[in-house]
Design a protein around this ligand. Structure first.
Ligand SMILES: [Zn+2]
Length: 74
């Protein structure tokens, strides 16, 4: 990216311009965007966790029913 004040090139990851010392703001915007993306990803993961827990719950209930039926037959 380039400095908004003097136009000097600023290497990625640098927070200040090497020529004039102006703070680079583009980095912050980028970070905010990443945080938003991470939050969206977390929401998607929690949905997946609920689905997985539901499947596990159904499997446990099915297993218990099978055990109860087997016990009754004996
Ligand atoms: Zn500059």
């Amino acid at each position: 990216m380039f400095c908004s004040k003097c136009g000097a090139e600023i290497a990625n990851g640098h927070k200040f311009c090497n020529k004039c010392g102006t703070k680079v703001f583009e980095e912050k915007k980028h970070t905010h965007h990443l945080v938003t993306k991470n939050l969206e990803r977390k929401n998607g993961d929690s949905k997946k966790v609920v689905i997985v827990l539901g499947i596990i719950f159904i499997l446990i209930v099915a297993l218990l029913v099978t055990i109860i039926i087997a016990a009754m037959e004996i």
